[in-house]
Design a protein around this ligand. Structure first.
Ligand code: ADP
Ligand code: MG
Length: 259
């Protein structure tokens, strides 16, 4: 076996794909620029680090189950400038509130970008090595309650508690029954102080109390979820679904229309 093959076999054994992929190019670069051994070694190790970080990011994004991914690179901050403070969003995009295990509530009419912002913050959180899970709020509760029928959901509750950032999309869509409310209380109570929860809703938090069958439990949940949370509260803004498309001439695909 020649040295090149030996190196390749060893790098595969050590699981160092970043070095393997770049070593020929780096060795050519080293020859052309008379790089020292130390400089060369430093470059290939940096390649390995970049490759591992990319792989980890991909893994975290896949685990977050965003469905259609959204990022701030694709967000037009000027579109609803008057209604949605770009300064606040940029501050939230730093994920400092996630380090502090604080919550975020995003409220406003349909189509203004609530889900987009929540997913984009989730994406930033993934980039900063946080674990994230995105779920439609009511669908999640349905799944958690169906655990007896579908054992595959058994680990879901633990995952929802453990994850650094839990995004509950479209909360408050309909009334909860007592089982759903109890489960939701357990979830929010367990997460309090241990992770960040991001909630989006078309209804303002003062209306949420009405979706709970029991006002006392509802109050306790809202106290934990909303009281100390950061808030993006929009009462009136343009729907990007209606108006934004004409700016980009890019029709929404079917999956997004269903979101
Ligand atoms: P909401 O959750 O408030 O109903 P969405 O986040 O689903 O709205 O937004 C509807 C569509 O418009 C999505 O495709 C989203 O990516 C897009 N969108 C909304 N606001 C913006 C924006 N400011 N810049 C770019 N795309 C946007
Ligand atoms: Mg939405």
């Amino acid at each position: 076996m020649n040295t090149r093959h030996h190196l390749e076999a060893n790098l595969k054994r050590l699981r160092m794909p970043g070095i393997l992929m770049n070593v020929d190019m780096r060795s050519q670069e080293a020859g052309e620029n008379n790089l020292s051994y130390i400089d060369f070694l430093s470059l290939v190790i940096q390649d390995e680090i970049v490759q591992r970080e990319n792989n980890n990011l991909k893994r975290r994004i896949k685990a977050a189950r965003f469905g259609m991914e959204k990022t701030f690179e694709g967000f037009d901050f000027r579109f609803n400038e008057n209604a949605i403070s770009s300064r606040l969003i940029r501050e939230l995009a730093t994920c400092r509130f996630i380090d502090l295990r604080q919550n975020l509530v995003i409220v406003g009419p349909p189509g203004i970008g609530k889900t987009h912002i929540a997913k984009a913050i989730g994406h930033e959180a993934c980039r900063r090595c946080n674990s994230v899970l995105f779920k439609k709020a009511h669908r999640l509760l349905e799944k958690l309650l169906a655990v007896k029928l579908y054992p595959k959901y058994e680990s879901l509750f633990r995952q929802c508690i453990k994850v650094d950032v839990l995004i509950l999309d479209d909360f408050g869509f309909r009334k909860l029954d007592s089982k759903e409310a109890e489960l939701f209380y357990a979830l929010i109570d367990e997460r309090l102080g241990n992770g960040s929860t991001i909630v989006t809703s078309n209804r303002p938090p003062q209306d949420w109390i009405n979706i709970f069958p029991d006002m006392v439990m509802g109050g306790a949940i809202l106290d934990r979820l909303v009281s100390g949370a950061h808030k993006i509260m929009v009462s009136k803004a343009k729907s990007y679904r209606k108006e934004g498309q004409s700016l980009t001439h890019k029709p929404l695909d079917k999956k997004e229309k269903e979101d």
